[in-house]
Write a protein that binds this ligand. Structure first.
Ligand code: QAP
Ligand code: CO
Length: 167
């Protein structure tokens, strides 16, 4: 297991569209383990492979306070969206910023599990929001894209300055 470095907004690599996983093999299972380790260490509730500069369709999520409800999704597809919920969202790739975003409150997601077996999950509330947020990453989309250009620009400027200080 390894902790992987996380790309930060406005890194253009976060805009990459991820490729479907063709074969669920040990390499993909190792990626999933590393994503979980990186997410739990952060700590975070969701992480997409895109955020660690791996452009394959894999996401991990655990919204439980006890870190005992891990979900891994390979090639996830959202097949139903219902209702509306507004959540203060953050992102490990946009550290220090939380803003309200409106999304569907109830979803159905179809994906492969770590054994390559298809499954269907109906989710609501924070889990549903987190699945939508992580699936967006696989399309190169970030939660800041839902904010006004003014808010997004301010966040970009603050993070760019911080990144210059750290470099
Ligand atoms: C996505 O985000 C999410 O700014 C997962 O300084 C978040 O795990 C979906 C984090 C909220 C719905 C609601 C963010 C950690 C973690 C930060 C995360 C930070 C440290 C974000
Ligand atoms: Co994110």
């Amino acid at each position: 297991m390894a902790r992987l470095p996380i790309l930060e907004f406005p890194d253009p690599r976060l805009r990459t569209k991820a490729q479907p996983v063709a074969v669920v093999d040990d390499r993909i299972r190792r990626l999933i383990d590393d994503l979980f380790e990186t997410m739990y260490a952060a700590p975070g509730i969701g992480l997409a492979a895109t955020q660690v500069n791996v452009h394959e369709r894999v996401i991990v999520i655990d919204v439980s306070p006890e870190h005992d409800a891990p979900h891994a999704f390979i090639n996830p597809t959202i097949t139903r969206l219902d209702g509306l919920i507004e959540t203060d969202e953050g992102c490990l790739s946009v550290p220090g910023f939380y803003e309200p975003v409106r999304r569907a409150d109830e979803i159905r997601v179809e994906a492969l599990d770590r054994d390559g077996k298809p499954f269907v999950l109906d989710a609501e509330g924070l889990l549903a929001v987190c699945i939508q947020h992580e699936c967006d990453h696989l399309e190169g989309k970030l939660f800041v894209d839902y904010l006004t250009p003014l808010k997004r620009g301010r966040i970009r400027q603050k993070l760019t300055k911080q990144q210059r200080i750290r470099a």
